[in-house]
Design a binder for this molecule. Sequence first.
Ligand code: CA
Length: 649
Amino acid sequence: FAIMPVRDASTVEQNRRASWFSHKSETAKPYYYQVYLADHDINVEIAPADRAAAMMFTYPAGEVSGVVVDAYDEGSYIKVLPEKQAIIGYTTKNCGGVPDNFRNWFVVKFDKPFESTMVYDGPAKGLGEALEFEGNHALASVGFRTQRDEKVNIKVASSFISLEQAWLNLEEVGDKTFAQVKFQAKDRWNDILSRIQIGGGSEEQYRTFYSCLYRATLFPRKFYEINSNGTPVHYSPYDGQVHNGYLYTDTGFWDTFRALFPLLNLVYPSVNKEIQQGLANIARENRFLPEWASPGHRGCMVGNNSASVVADAILKGITPEEDWQTLYDCIVYGTENVHPTVNSSGRLGHEYYNSIGYIPYNIGIHESVARTLEYAYDDWCILQLARKMGRPETEFSKWESRSGNWRNVFDPSHNLMRGRNADGTFQEPFSPYKWGGAFTEGNAWHYTWSVFHDVDGLAEAMGGKEVFAQMLDSVFVVPPIYDDSYYGYRIHEITEMQVANMGNYAHGNQPAQHMIYLYNWAGQPWKTQKWVREVMDRLYSATPDGYCGDEDNGQTSAWYVFSALGFYPVCPGSDEYAVGAPLFKKAVVHLENGCDLEINAPDNGPENRYVRGMKVNCSRWNESFFKHKHLAAGAVIDFNMTSDCHPER
Ligand code: CA
């Protein structure tokens, strides 16, 4: 729903009420937004709470100043409550895939009495004296006289549960002044962003780092609310009912299993604990975990990477044990079924994959190699879970064998992943430059590395570490040419690869984002260090063009946060991080268990631009935390347990 302050309360239609504004007269901070609306001569300020916000409008002198509240079309309701100085209602606007009873209820409360009100049945049809309307497009405006520079405060809250709950959510801002809401939000963001402290870098690097950390902590979003007893409750976009407990939404696991969830597990485990409890709730509310929740199942991307997200959290001790079995059963169910209406949840092509070990290229299931590779990694994650949960050993062989299914789409004649037909022959014609087809938003150069769990096996299949390293080198060496015939046009991810001028390396999209770290497995860690620095220095900045592609729910930001710290979770579900090149001379991660992870990386001098020694005081893990700790000569990795932190904490 929209809230728009206007200089004339009768201008309700969206193109008429719209205003020019400039980014030069705008302030955007995590906890505060301000913009000057030139056509209305109104300054707007907003400060957030979790499910509510405070807004302050500074008006010019006017007889008919006002505010428009638009609940939009395709089903909405609005009611003006003059005695309460409030407007209430609901909108049903959504991205699709929600039950018919989906409602976003809202309450907008003013600190100034209304001198006029008008409720509309669509923007062109005012309803005279009526104070409410329910129908296709409900809208309302309220008017009042204002002095020059008069400030009108409103408080707004919404709920996916009920109008009563929306009033309850309004208590988050309650009687607080605008400044109080603003400074509470500032404190909240400072708490979140100060969990990692950095030093020994440039002002630009600090801005980039914290901009990335900010975006990495925006998603997924809380979809649960707190009821009058103070306990979490949620409307389920999976069964349309209201249930007890947590629920989060707005994340695509295809993107975020890679680094975003591992970052939450490291720095914000209490948040991911709630997210995992929410996933267990989803498993109770329907048979599938979402792969692209927005807010319910959404048909987008491929893979079954909820297995990775769940496994990594359980293996790292985040998820309450009472939820393990529910989650495990749901994941296993998803390996043998596909959602009846949203085929990106569960596993499309499971019949083929589970019988012949891959999804054939020529049977009408698009992106068959991407699916096969991700299912194989997901099966490895399930194997880790099965072991952790003490499942019968007889079950292990199934997951173990399926986790090797990446071999079925590996073509040794090219040392690349390649579409494979049902009869076992490889796809013809084959071009490693062809995006899509057998792959998802990428090509064979990008997807060949999607064997997160068996990098050594992949290197061996290619003929050893030397060849493996040459293949990695080739990604950067081959020209940034492409075949976009699968899409019929050049998708933006292709453009982003081209303009970066790193050959076929495509950091602007997720499939290859772990690739640089694989040089560690080839025994050539200096190339990891070089390319990690190149990407951090060239492709990230704290400016409007500061990302080289879609940011994607925190994933591309989490890559930077980890990389700047000097390590990266190549294989979520394992307890290994691959070492890169710390960007800052010092970094401290304040862990929620009260201990600090301290990274000291003194500069090794100008002739050794990329390589820094890395001394890690690691209070939570032992040395196995960093398995691939090869660094060039002169570099140091040191592990110290701080004496006041017991490792089991
Ligand atoms: Ca993407």
